[in-house]
Ligand binder design. Structure first.
Ligand code: FAD
Ligand code: FES
Length: 267
């Protein structure tokens, strides 16, 4: 059951030119949230922009503070307004929403695969895996350039092994994350003990899902789409899924997702 609350901005940090870490206080949302879920956030008072923006829950802070964090990148009007919100502002926030990740079986090694701002979904998953005594994950993280990599300090502090790829070669291997994944998935016996958790742009999801299918590794994809309502009403977020003789089926990313098994969707 989601809550619609005015969440107070208790901290708002600029990480670099266009990445921000926002700490919000809403005990009801913080208590109910699970890794992989998101909130719909009003980026400023009034009706412009009218629609709230979907943002993954980056972390729920420990203790009883009722605080959670959002990591976001400024890409347009809504996120630009959000970046101007001062400490003390109250932002209408609806959540937690969506299904979240399914945790892997205890012996399985989670491989987190992130493209760009897709990284925002993973810190909560890393902490949940540790709390539930799952195997420690490895992070495979790709971006256009070094300046687009965010939150590396979190993963290093959690001792998560990190493998990096940038398209311009400014850090890590030059190219896409798939270059890092291919060797990991090359040996079938090892691939069968892995599970991939993937978030990033659609071409990356397609490429990683294809690699996982070839290797026989289970794979969960966190999808992004336009989300006018976030609660399953408007059908503005649907994704095509395998259907039957009548044709493909459609599912709502906001309620049946945002996380789907790679075999459940047609990207
Ligand atoms: C489940 C989910 C989780 C996400 N998590 C994160 C995250 O953690 N961090 C992050 O940086 N980004 C995240 N995103 C992406 C983020 O929501 C977009 O970058 C953001 O909405 C862009 O808003 P904007 O106004 O700045 O961009 P704009 O470029 O102004 O908006 C994009 C375009 O889409 C339209 N539009 C914007 N929002 C909506 C909407 N809700 N419904 C319909 N049309 C819309 C605008 O009118 C515009 O045409 C997530 C997306 C999803 C679906
Ligand atoms: S965003 Fe409206 S149904 Fe999904």
């Amino acid at each position: 059951m989601p809550f619609d609350t005015p969440a107070a901005v208790v901290r708002h940090e600029s990480l670099n030119r266009d990445h921000f870490l926002l700490t919000l206080e809403s005990p009801s949302i913080a208590r109910a949230a699970r890794a992989g879920q998101f909130v719909m956030l009003q980026t400023r008072d009034g009706t412009d922009p009218l629609l709230r923006r979907p943002m993954s829950i980056f972390r729920v802070l420990p203790g009883r503070s009722g605080r959670f964090q959002i990591l976001y990148k400024v890409v347009g009007r809504g996120t630009r307004y959000l970046a101007g919100q001062p400490v003390g502002a109250r932002l209408a926030t609806l959540g937690p929403l969506g299904n979240g990740f399914r945790l892997p079986p205890a012996g399985t090694r989670p491989v987190l695969v992130s493209g760009g701002i897709g990284i925002a979904i993973f810190p909560f998953l890393v902490e949940t895996l540790a709390k539930t005594r799952r195997r420690a994950p490895v992070l495979v993280y790709g971006a256009r350039t070094k300046g687009d990599l965010a939150a590396l300090g979190f993963f290093r502090a959690q001792r998560v092994p990190v493998r990096l790829a940038t398209e311009d070669g400014s850090v890590g291997v030059r190219g896409f994350v798939t270059r890092l994944l291919e060797p990991l998935l090359a040996a079938p016996e090892e691939a069968a003990q892995l599970e991939l958790f993937v978030c990033g742009p659609t071409p990356m999801l397609q490429a990683v899902a294809a690699l996982a299918a070839r290797a026989g590794a289970p794979c969960q994809l966190a999808l992004e789409s336009q989300m006018p309502c976030g609660i399953g009403v408007c059908l503005g977020c649907v994704v095509r899924c395998p259907g039957d003789d009548q044709g493909p089926m459609f599912r709502r990313v906001c309620t049946e997702g945002p996380v789907f098994r790679a075999t459940e969707v047609l990207l």
